[in-house]
Design a protein. Structure first.
Length: 293
């Protein structure tokens, strides 16, 4: 494994795709990412070359013996089909969250990856931010009484991004990672179509029957912002703890994790816990969507 190189292709050239190309071309010295080699990128637009990366067709990406792994950075709506296509071609897959817009599809894809002995890695950079790492330390060992996480952001095209419980799964992931398994007690959604405004409110219970609320609110000109209010038996946390800036970019941290999985350097326990969390959050997202509809 030490000298093993994995050829990669980046599919989709939005913000994430461009970050992926940058990081694959400049791996961190003596990190697992040095085992990844970028062979090219796939895009619907005709772009030719980006930096030194060359554009290749989807057919070539799937057929090429030199390409072992695909980084999927397309619109959420296309993730499911693209993952399936690359797994069928015998490639490992890294995909930006959410991996699919239905829980059933996510479970099927995961089983398919396991059957074929391929790594299916879902990016969760929201868990890698310094802000989040500090928050997790702060929350550790405390007894929750009640909590609220309120996200605001600009308008998303739902046809491409999916229902807010899926497009906003980063917030749901925070809650499950911080407080353990959750049960949906109710979920509603208010929409003002003419104003392009949407507000989803979800009420959960923790395993200890404590209430948690998640609000996902989007509208024109709304600042991208998270507000928290977590009350514990020891007091309330209303502001994010101060956090240093990370020396390593989030996509690079994620890329290192993917490379570690390809090299077989992640423990079975860690992989199992991650699989549970990812699929559980997608199950919850679907349940929330059903409540709202």
């Amino acid at each position: 494994q030490i000298n093993k190189m994995f050829g990669t292709v980046v599919v989709g050239l939005g913000i994430a795709g461009l970050a992926r190309i940058r990081d694959l071309m400049n791996p961190m010295p003596s990190s697992p990412s040095e085992h990844l080699k970028l062979f090219g990128f796939v895009s619907r637009r005709n772009l030719g070359k980006i930096n030194e990366a060359k554009q290749i067709s989807m057919e070539d990406a799937l057929r090429s013996k030199d390409i072992h792994a695909a980084f999927i950075s397309t619109e959420n709506r296309t993730h499911e089909e693209t993952i399936r296509t690359f797994l069928e071609a015998g490639k490992h897959v890294l995909v930006e969250y959410p991996m699919a817009l239905s829980a059933k599809a996510a479970h099927e894809l995961w089983e398919m990856a396991e059957r074929r002995g391929k790594v299916l890695h879902v990016e969760h950079i929201e868990l890698l931010t310094e802000e989040y790492k500090q928050l997790k330390k702060e929350v550790a060992g405390k007894d929750l009484v009640k909590g609220m996480l309120h996200f605001t952001g600009s308008v998303l095209d739902e046809k491409q991004a999916g229902f807010p419980a899926f497009s906003g799964i980063a917030r749901l992931t925070w809650l499950v990672d911080l407080f353990g398994d959750l049960t949906v007690t109710s979920a509603t959604r208010e929409e003002q179509k003419e104003k392009n405004y949407s507000r989803m409110t979800v009420h959960f219970q923790t395993a200890n029957k404590k209430p948690l609320t998640w609000i996902e609110e989007r509208g024109p000109g709304m600042r991208r912002e998270k507000k928290i209010n977590f009350c514990f038996t020891s007091g309330c946390l209303e502001d994010f703890p101060q956090a240093p800036r990370s020396a390593v970019g989030l996509f690079m941290q994620d890329q290192n994790l993917f490379a570690k999985k390809l090299l077989g350097q992640v423990s079975k326990e860690e992989l199992a816990a991650e699989k549970w969390r990812i699929l559980r959050c997608l199950d919850l997202a679907e349940e929330i969507q059903q409540h709202c509809e």
